[in-house]
Design a binder for this molecule. Structure first.
Ligand code: ADP
Ligand code: ZN
Length: 603
């Protein structure tokens, strides 16, 4: 029998395990159940793929990512692993073929959509074969507390009743203590061993910037820091996705939209282009990205506030899986807070409470004057990290200022409108009153006669919007549903009575930039000795042509890191080539000769 290390070398062509992998794999190979929390890009897949290859039988992988199963299976087949999938995208004949391979013991891994487990036919099929391990990928989908809940995942709790002797491994990159506990109880994994890896992604630079003109800000970010790079831009609504994609294209940047309102064919085509082409940007709602394992996503940008820190961390985690520097950038402003506070008032009581807690944590991350990474890690249960030096607040620490008096002025305006006039208004009107602006709307309502009229002339319009945003973020003001009218909260009174200080963050409207501002292309190339660069480019074009011929993404053939190592070490034989990280047995057999040819022609 092969050991896990043999399989790592032979099949995957990797030198060594990453942190945590070996322990997890040995535990599962020995028949133990496991719950694995590891950040995106940490290397979760090997944790079930290797046990499936070492143990007798077929590894069954439950994954909600139907649209990606084909790519996952292609990538495994490129390694010589016998993999197949069953989901609703296949026709009868395709399913039949996979089912007969399963029954004949001709598969190492079978990917299954969770809804298939509700079908008796699937359960009967599985009962007829031999199963080596059940892997439950994206396990946080079982958690109602989280943001990706899938009712079908609840069914997975019955797996160990039907197959008590088959080890189960559940994996997720989303792991607040609350989600962790919920996964464990819903999947019946409290007896399982829990493996919790560090959630830090040190190669990611975090930045959250005040939103003024989002389109212009995005364009500047892309042009100055990521020209020609692949990345994802997240927006909240379908219509803003369409608008931003069009805006980027109009400005000469290759971009495609992705949201649930597009038909399935267009969505699949855009996703596939993103995976296959170099330098394409996808502008998307959060419908895009789960399970996308493109290693060279160089940035993730948010033009709207995510609903929770878990969502934010998962979306941003899609950047820089290859370990090279990547930027995560968000523009965030008053309207985001108003809109999210409003959305958090929808649904039943329990839902509202959950939304409010999620939103408060997200807002605290945006408004913090401390290190963003420290706050993120703390949120995921990793206390006491040191300031990172690779986020905007570390690199240009924002000032905080005593905003008690401005806060009182604003709250008192809201109070007077309510008490004296029985009226509620949105932020715009309240700020106009504070600034003493005699606008038509002010005059129409006679607001120039309020005692607070003009008491805020010491601050500017933008500063007052910053004050409103932060009061909303801190829960000292609230918005009412529908039209965003401001109302006081239970905590407002203590500020008005002078019993509570309000600390505010001074917005820096000048953009701050990563100190390592060189484009990531330049950085990637910088790691390459100058004399190796031309060969690296030739290897890349060889890879591009090969990928096109086979209809797979380029990274399925070899990662950049592997090509870079080949370009620097110039192996001259198959056995030298086999020592390169990422060159396994199957890829050596398949591509070895033609790689040596590229190398020999390079003189
Ligand atoms: P996750 O599912 O945790 O986001 P993946 O399993 O997709 O991460 O792994 C991320 C990347 O790291 C993949 O490209 C994978 O091939 C690579 N990888 C995983 N384990 C190793 C290892 N031991 N050595 C080198 N590369 C690895
Ligand atoms: Zn930091």
């Amino acid at each position: 029998m092969d050991t896990p290390t043999d399989v790592l070398h032979r099949v995957f062509g990797y030198d060594s395990f990453r942190a945590g992998q070996q322990e997890i794999i040995e535990h599962v190979v020995a028949g133990g159940d496991a719950l694995v929390l590891m950040p995106t890009g940490g290397g979760k897949s090997l944790c079930y793929q290797i046990p499936a290859l070492v143990r007798r039988g077929v590894g069954v992988v439950i994954s909600p990512l139907i649209a990606l199963m084909q790519d996952q299976v292609d990538a495994l087949r490129a390694l010589g692993v016998r993999a197949g999938f069953l989901n609703s995208t296949q026709d009868f004949d395709e399913r039949q073929l996979v089912e007969s391979e399963f029954l004949a013991g001709e598969l190492d891994l079978l990917y299954l959509a969770p809804e298939r487990l509700r079908l008796d036919a699937t359960l009967r099929l599985l009962a007829k074969g031999e199963i080596s391990v059940f892997a439950i990928d994206e396990a946080h989908c079982v958690a109602q507390w989280g943001h990706d809940f899938r009712p079908d995942y609840l069914e997975l709790s019955t797996l160990h009743e039907r197959w008590p002797d088959v080890p189960r491994i559940a994996l997720t990159a989303t792991a607040t203590p609350a989600t962790h506990a919920e996964i464990s109880s819903r999947l019946g994994l409290s007896e399982a061993r829990h493996f919790v890896a560090s959630f830090d992604r040190p190669n990611i630079h975090y930045r959250i910037t005040p939103k003024s003109e989002p389109k212009r800000q995005l364009l500047e970010f892309l042009r100055t820091e990521h020209p020609g790079d692949s990345g994802i831009v997240y927006c909240l609504s379908r219509s803003s996705v369409e608008k931003i994609a069009e805006f980027l294209v109009d400005n000469g940047i290759a971009a495609v939209p992705y949201h649930a309102g597009l038909d399935a064919r267009t969505r699949a085509a855009h996703q596939s282009r993103f995976l296959r082409e170099d330098g394409l940007i996808v502008v998307a709602t959060i419908a895009f990205g789960m399970g996308i394992d493109k290693p060279d996503v160089r940035f993730v940008a948010h033009l709207d506030l995510p609903k929770s820190v878990e969502g934010y961390y998962q979306e941003t985690g899609r950047a820089g899986r290859d370990g090279l520097p990547a930027t995560v950038w968000m523009a965030y402003g008053l309207q985001d807070v108003v809109q999210h506070r409003r959305m958090a008032m929808e649904g039943d009581e329990a839902h509202r409470r959950r939304q409010a807690v999620h939103l408060d944590s997200m807002l605290a991350l945006c408004e913090t004057v401390g290190c963003r990474r420290v706050m993120l890690l703390d949120y995921f249960g990793q206390k006491g990290a040191e300031p990172c030096g690779n986020c905007d607040t570390c690199q240009s620490p924002p000032e905080s200022w005593d905003g008690t008096v401005p806060a009182q002025k604003m709250l008192s305006t809201v109070l007077r409108l309510a008490r004296e006039r029985r009226q509620k208004f949105g932020v715009g009107q309240v700020v106009d009153i504070l600034l003493g602006k005699k606008t038509a709307k002010v005059l129409q309502h006679g607001h120039e006669t309020l005692t607070v009229f003009g008491v805020g002339a010491d601050l500017g319009n933008a500063e007052w919007h910053g004050v409103a945003r932060q009061l909303l973020a801190q829960g000292l003001l609230a918005v009412e549903s529908d039209y965003g009218a401001l109302v006081l909260t239970d905590d407002s009174a203590s500020v008005l009575r002078g019993q509570r200080e309000v600390l505010l963050r001074r917005d820096t409207l000048r953009p701050t930039r990563a100190k390592v501002a060189a484009s990531s292309k330049a950085q990637a190339a910088a790691e390459l000795p100058a004399e190796a660069a031309p060969l690296f480019e030739r290897l890349r074009s060889w890879r591009g042509a090969t990928a096109k011929e086979q209809g797979v993404p380029a990274y399925v053939i070899f990662h950049d890191a592997t090509l870079r190592e080949i370009a620097t070490t110039r192996p001259s034989s198959l056995s030298e080539l086999s020592r390169i990280n990422g060159v396994g047995e199957n890829k050596l057999a398949k591509y070895g000769e033609s790689l040596l040819e590229v190398l020999q022609n390079d003189t």
